[in-house]
Design a protein around this ligand. Structure first.
Ligand SMILES: NC(=O)c1ccc[n+]([C@@H]2O[C@H](COP(=O)([O-])OP(=O)(O)OC[C@H]3O[C@@H](n4cnc5c(N)ncnc54)[C@H](O)[C@@H]3O)[C@@H](O)[C@H]2O)c1
Length: 279
């Protein structure tokens, strides 16, 4: 996709962090922006801020883990603007803990938002975009956690590896069928957002059932400290925009030392060596 002005961008998780930065960046390009999020008050504030920069904004309260919500998002987008050209499946949440200690609710919540959210986004928008026949682009937010693994991050890692796999498959399918839709997967490293406070949006029916063990908690604290010193979300948005323009699939706004772990993992696989632990 090369022309952005007056075209329609949809961003989930747009009330905060990377999603908000994407919405701001697309608005700055003159796009109409649909901002979707579960957190109503934050969404209203974010939408007003983007709208103030002379952009056309539609804010929609959506829980991306619910297929009917994402279907409604697509219906409202097409009712308002008649098209969607750029769809960013970005909403995401995180939990920390050991694989065998996570509750079913942990798995259901994070799989629901991070993986099902992307699946619902693709199923709701891609058929409409193909029927419209215009050029377009799908951007799925995964993570470096989709290219590597870490202890105490299993639930999150599983969802992000799923997002990378889904995105790679879709890229190959669009290439094979000659569809006019580009695909990018975004794999950020450490970004200064509110992700470590994800539980603010955790639904009561999937409430936390206990605290992680001491090693997992220490890992979580260390990660929170590193994220606070991470890149600004605007850096991710800038790289996403460039990636779309350049038709690049892997968009990896990650610190060199974080990116290195994808190389280490690939080398583990190539050499059939056991997984290398980070020190
Ligand atoms: N922060 C990082 O270092 C980092 C690194 C790699 C990947 N990511 C990914 O970036 C994406 C954005 O996260 P962020 O870091 O900006 O965090 P954030 O918490 O600042 O923003 C996430 C947004 O998603 C929304 N959200 C949560 N559950 C939702 C649901 N069920 N339906 C709709 N919206 C929902 C939240 O309200 C919030 O506005 C996520 O997919 C995350 O996994 C973040």
């Amino acid at each position: 996709m090369e022309r952005f002005r007056d075209r329609v961008a949809v961003v989930t998780g747009a009330a905060s962090g990377i999603g908000l930065a994407l919405a701001e960046r697309f608005a700055a390009e003159g796009m109409k922006v649909v901002m979707a999020d579960i957190e109503t008050a934050a969404l209203d504030t974010a939408a007003a801020a983007v709208q103030a920069k002379a952009s056309t904004v539609l804010a929609v309260r959506v829980d991306v883990s619910r297929a009917e919500d994402v279907e409604r998002l697509a219906r409202e987008t097409y009712a308002a603007f008649g098209a969607a050209h750029l769809v960013c499946n970005n909403a995401g949440v995180a939990v920390i803990g050991a694989v065998h200690e996570h509750s079913l609710a942990d798995w259901q919540w994070v799989m629901g938002v991070n993986l099902w959210g992307v699946i619902h986004g693709v199923r709701a928008f891609v058929p409409r975009m193909l029927a419209g026949g215009d050029e377009g682009h799908i951007v799925n937010t995964a993570s470096m956690a989709g290219l590597t693994t870490a202890p105490f991050m299993s639930v999150y890692d599983v969802t992000k590896h799923g997002v990378v796999a889904l995105s790679e498959s879709m890229y190959k399918e669009f290439e094979a069928t000659g569809a006019p839709i580009g695909v990018s997967v975004v794999c950020p490293g450490l970004i200064d957002t509110r992700i470590m406070r994800s539980s603010r949006n955790r639904p009561p029916e999937l409430a936390e059932e206990g605290k992680p063990g001491p090693m997992a908690q220490a890992f979580g604290q260390g990660l929170a400290d590193r994220l606070a010193r991470g890149y600004a979300p605007s850096e991710v948005a800038e790289q996403v925009l460039r990636g779309i323009r350049e038709k690049r699939f892997y968009v990896v706004p990650a610190q060199p030392e974080v990116r290195q772990w994808a190389t280490v993992r690939a080398q583990d696989i190539i050499e059939l060596r056991n997984p290398t632990s980070r020190r």
